[in-house]
Design a protein around this ligand. Structure first.
Ligand code: 8YV
Length: 322
């Protein structure tokens, strides 16, 4: 009898074929969103699962899956999984780091440029048929070149974002749980380590690239937003929950910062409806890693982690060695 695995969301067919060479695969090519209880029911007889950041896999689900050996997230972030419960049950957890660094960094820049230079806002205006004449002060934005970029979270994605700032002649400051090595700082366009307070008060543009955890929850709340320049922009390509969305809506409404570009939201996809009433926010549906080749690489990476974890090898991206 073949070992049973679950692929909890739709995925590239070639990835299912690769998995089917080793296992009996239950897939979800209709891409149904399972409730936690339904996911738990489907995982009950499975040895491993491929999930995305949208599937919450908590202690109860892990406890009700007696055969489970591995949870393979198709994401670099893993705040959707109770790692402590998985480790206690000797269930391996893996993620998909590195393959998405450059694509995600590209997108952080896409959001930064769109936000600072009011690309979406002006396009909506144009599409609404409002363009009757050129105006000297039409859609004045904030310069990106020559400005100070503040990056919170100087991991692999943060560094890839920083590297791109060289061509824009920017000064890079960063804040991280701890200072990174001098070599990494130099490679990140000579990024300079500062406190979070200093970063928020000096930066013209702030990009969030840190993981979400209990400690990073609401890293940017009302207090932090008040420390930012009134002309500053805020970009979040990391996770919903790092920013207090209600507090952000309040400062955007009163123009206490210039604008925000958001790819992630608290409680997504059911994000705060007030964002839709604001013209100074660029909203995208969690697509920072969404290039064809990167999404393929992520899916293959998750599959390779799963195959390794059930064939007696150490998965390449094991998060919880025990
Ligand atoms: C994914 C992400 O697209 O990797 C992550 O952590 O947020 C995105 O790249 C998404 O989370 C799918 O799991």
């Amino acid at each position: 009898m073949m070992i049973k695995i679950l692929v909890a969301r739709a995925v590239f067919p070639e990835v299912l074929e690769k998995l089917a060479q080793h296992f009996e695969v239950e897939s979800n090519q209709q891409d149904t969103i399972f409730s936690e209880a339904e996911l738990a029911a489907r995982m009950r007889d499975k040895w491993a699962v491929i999930a995305t950041a949208s599937e919450r896999i908590g202690a109860a689900t892990i406890a009700s899956s007696p055969h489970l050996k591995a949870i393979c997230n198709m994401a670099v972030g893993f705040n959707n999984i109770d790692i402590a419960a998985a480790s206690a049950a000797r269930v391996m957890v893996t993620n998909t780091p590195d393959v998405l660094n450059e694509t995600t960094a590209d997108f952080a820049w896409a959001l930064l440029m769109a936000t600072a230079r009011r690309v979406s806002e002006s396009e909506h205006w144009l599409r609404a048929g409002k363009w009757k004449k050129w105006q000297y002060d039409g859609f004045l934005g904030t310069d990106v070149h020559g400005s100070t970029l503040g990056i919170i979270g100087m991991g692999r994605i943060g560094q890839a974002i920083a590297r791109r700032s060289l061509g824009f002649n920017m000064k890079v400051i960063y804040h991280n749980r701890s200072r990174v090595s001098t070599d990494l700082e130099q490679g990140a366009n000579n990024a300079f380590y500062v406190s979070k307070e200093e970063l928020l008060s000096i930066s013209d543009h702030v990009i969030l690239a840190l993981p979400h955890s209990v400690t990073s929850h609401h890293t940017i709340g009302a207090r932090e937003l008040a420390q930012m320049k009134p002309t500053a922009t805020l970009i979040n390509i990391a996770r919903g929950g790092i920013v207090d969305d209600a507090a952000l809506i309040n400062v955007l409404k009163h123009r206490r910062i210039a604008a925000a570009g958001l790819d992630v939201f608290e409680n997504e996809p059911a994000f705060h409806p007030d964002f839709l009433t604001l013209s100074n926010v660029v909203l995208t549906p969690h697509i920072a890693s969404a290039s064809e080749s990167t999404r393929r690489a992520m899916a293959n990476c998750a599959a390779d982690n799963l195959i390794a974890s059930l064939t007696g090898q150490q998965p390449p991206n094991l998060l919880n060695p025990f």
